[in-house]
Design a protein around this ligand. Structure first.
Ligand code: SF4
Length: 370
C-alpha cells in the first residue's frame, strides 16, 4: 500500500520505499531570522528531517531567503536540512520562495486561481535545489495540501455528508491537473482534525494514488491530547503502510512534535532514534520508586548529547517477579529489589547497588565508564 512513486525534498527521498521522514514547522516569527534559525537547529538536533516555515506576506521573503541560505551551516558536513515554504493565498509568495531556494512549497491550490497554481508548478519544475555533496540536484517539490475549508464549490455539499470523500476527490483532481501539466514531484495531504476522518481519507487516497503522502492529524491539540490523537491517527495509517512523511501537529514547542513523531515510528518498529525505555507500571509488589527511576533515566539519557540519539533499549523494572527477565532482554536494565537493584548489561548481571546509586551507575555503564 506504500506509495510507489519517489520524489525528493532536497536531499530527503520521499515515497517509493524510502524511510518515513519526520517533518515539523517553526513557530517563531519568520522575520526574526536568528530565532528561526535557532529553532531550525533545535528541530534538526531532535531528528527533524524536513522543516517547514511560514511565509505569510512579502515582508517575510527576505528573512526566509536568509534562513534557507544559512540553514546548511547548521549541519556541518551533513546534507542540508530541506526548508519548505508554507504558502497560502498569494501565489507570488510561492514563486519568491522558490526563487529563494526553498526545497519545497506547501500550497492549498483551492485558495488560488488555477492559472496561478500553474505558474507555481512551472517555477517548481524549472528550479533546481541542492541535495548536498554527491547527490544530483532535485526540482522543487510541492505538497498539495487540501482542506475542508477551501473545497471546490461542487464538493462542498458532499463534504457535509462525506468529508473524507470530498477531500480525496479534491486532492485527486489537483494531482491529475499537476500531471496534465507534466509535473510529478508532488505529494498529497488530506488532513483533518477528526481522527476517523483523517484515517478514512488517507486510506481512500492511498487506494487511488501512487503519489507520496504526507500524513498527520491537523490541529490535534495540546501536547498531551495532541500526542494521543496523532499517535492513533498517524499510527493507524503507518501500520497500514500509508504515509511517506509525517507531522505531529501540537500546540506547543515543535521539538515535542519531532520527539512524538519518532516515538510513533519506533512504536511501530519502522524507525528508531534515541533510547527506548521499557518500564513497569508499578503495582503492590514495587519495592523502589520506579516512577522516579524511570523518569530520571529517560531525562538523563535524553539530555546526554552522546546518548540522546542512540537506539538502545533500557528496562527499569520494579521487583523480582518480572524485573530480571525484562531487564535481561533489554540492552541495559535495572531490576529492583527491596531498596536496591540489579544492573544488567546485555543480559548479564553486572552488580547490585542501593536504590540511590542505580541511575548514576546505569548511565556510567551505558557510557562505557563502568
Ligand atoms: S515488574 Fe514487578 S513491580 Fe513492576 S508491575 Fe510487574 S510485578 Fe509489579
Amino acid at each position: 500500500m506504500a506509495s510507489g512513486r519517489q520524489i525528493r525534498v532536497g536531499p530527503v527521498p520521499v515515497g517509493g520505499g524510502a524511510p518515513v521522514a519526520v517533518q515539523s514547522m517553526t513557530c517563531t516569527r519568520t522575520g526574526d531570522v536568528a530565532a528561526t534559525l535557532a529553532q531550525v537547529r533545535a528541530l534538526v538536533d531532535a531528528g527533524c528531517e524536513i522543516v517547514r516555515i511560514s511565509v505569510p506576506t512579502a515582508a517575510e521573503v527576505a528573512a526566509f531567503a536568509r534562513v534557507v541560505r544559512e540553514a546548511p551551516a547548521l549541519v556541518p558536513g551533513g546534507p542540508p536540512v530541506p526548508i519548505v515554504a508554507d504558502i497560502h493565498y498569494d501565489w507570488r509568495l510561492a514563486l519568491a520562495a522558490i526563487e529563494a531556494g526553498a526545497a519545497g512549497v506547501r500550497i492549498n491550490p483551492g485558495t488560488m486561481a488555477d492559472k496561478h497554481v500553474h505558474e507555481i508548478v512551472r517555477a517548481a519544475a524549472a528550479a533546481r535545489v541542492s541535495a548536498g555533496p554527491g547527490l544530483p540536484e532535485a526540482p522543487v517539490a510541492i505538497r498539495i495540501g487540501v482542506n475542508a475549508g477551501s473545497l471546490p464549490r461542487d464538493l462542498r455539499e458532499r463534504a457535509t455528508r462525506d468529508a473524507p470523500g470530498a477531500l480525496v476527490e479534491a486532492a485527486s483532481r489537483w494531482a491529475g491537473q499537476f500531471e496534465a501539466w507534466g509535473y510529478t514531484d508532488y505529494k498529497l495531504s488530506v488532513k483533518s482534525s477528526s481522527v476517523p476522518d483523517t484515517i478514512a481519507a488517507y486510506r481512500r487516497l492511498a487506494d487511488r494514488s501512487a503519489a507520496p503522502l504526507h500524513v498527520g492529524v491537523t490541529e490535534a491539540g495540546t501536547v498531551w491530547s495532541g500526542t494521543i490523537k496523532s499517535a492513533v491517527g498517524i499510527g493507524a495509517l503507518l501500520a497500514d503502510g500509508i504515509g511517506d512523511t509525517l507531522r505531529v501537529s501540537l500546540t506547543g514547542d515543535p521539538v515535542e512534535e519531532v520527539r512524538v513523531a519518532w516515538k510513533i515510528l519506533a512504536a511501530l518498529g519502522l524507525r528508531r532514534r534515541g533510547p527506548d525505555i521499557i518500564s513497569c507500571p508499578t503495582c503492590g509488589r514495587t519495592e523502589v520508586d520506579v516512577v522516579h527511576l524511570a523518569e530520571e533515566v529517560e531525562r538523563r539519557l535524553g539530555s546526554d548529547p552522546a546518548l540522546a540519539g542512540s537506539a538502545i533499549t533500557v528496562a527499569v523494572m520494579g521487583c523480582r517477579v518480572n524485573g530480571p527477565e525484562e531487564a535481561r532482554h533489554a540492552d541495559y536494565g535495572i531490576a529492583a529489589g527491596a531498596g536496591e537493584g540489579v544492573l544488567f548489561d546485555h543480559g548479564e548481571r553486572v552488580g547490585t547497588l542501593p536504590e540511590g546509586q542505580l541511575v548514576d551507575a546505569l548511565l556510567a555503564l551505558i557510557r562505557g565508564d563502568r
